[in-house]
Design a protein around this ligand. Sequence first.
Ligand code: ADE
Ligand code: ZN
Length: 326
Amino acid sequence: PDIAKLITDLPKAELHLHIEGTLEPQMMFALARRNKIDIPFRSVEEVHAAYNFTNLQDFLNIYYMAANVLVEEEDFRDLAVAYFDRAAADNVVHAEIFFDPQTHTDRGIPFDVVINGLLAGMKEAREKHRITSKLILCFLRHLDEDAAFQTFRMAEPWFDRIVGVGLDSSEVGYPPSKFARVFAAAGKARLKRVAHAGEEGPPEYVHQALDLLHIDRLDHGNRALEDTELTTRLAREAMTLTVCPLSNHKLQVVNDLHNHPIDRMLARGLRATINSDDPAYFGGYIGDNYRAVAKARNLSREACVTLARNSFLGSFLDDQEITPHL
Ligand code: ADE
Ligand code: ZN
């Protein structure tokens, strides 16, 4: 009967996690000191006080600033290891993590430093916790198509260690259509394709992600619910939605967690999953997201089991790797 215990015990896959969004204030200070980087905070309390976002851009401004403390390969490894340690406590057995190379290469950090550090952390997690993981390279949509192509070319030698490409950052004003060509190139390279759409942006952006980017998975997708035909299509196509309840609340995609649409999504036949997005900024990791939304929406045990099962169905694992989790 204890739903919190059920949630903790359920094996889960995490499908929407920005590794830069796992940078806890403590580590931010430690790396700032280690790398002699200035940050505009003097204490963890000051950091928490600054995490009072009213929209996506408010958050992104702080998130990109904080990422400046990540410099050495070891920093990226430490960041990943800290995430996997925390994820293991929530019974995450598989994670498909986003990274934003442009955030780092644009300030002179070599692509290889970023990816080698992350891959080292992923290897450590596999050995220490038996957690499997995959990397998804995200293009920053507030930057132009040329920049995305440059990043794509830079990543080419690493394609055997990247499962797919994604699209993130400021949504409104930066439609998926801008990136149709680089996503087509990614498809040709047999990479999976995902995109943030319908977080702040309109249902039209979800249509574009489907029809122009040919996505395999939809990140957020909340605003798709405003379009009945689109919702029906997403259900019919068994499109996985990577939903992030605490993020949605913190960024005011929903005004109150009590109004979160997670159960409406399931009721409409959508393959919804629960994820943490940027847990160091939004007040909780994946277990916290499940528990908070389960409480706010009075989710049944069955709904929680479905959400965890969906996370494996929606993952980029092979069928034989998924089957034991169904
Ligand atoms: N980058 C990190 N988190 C993001 C989010 N929730 N939406 C868009 N870009 C992001
Ligand atoms: Zn996200």
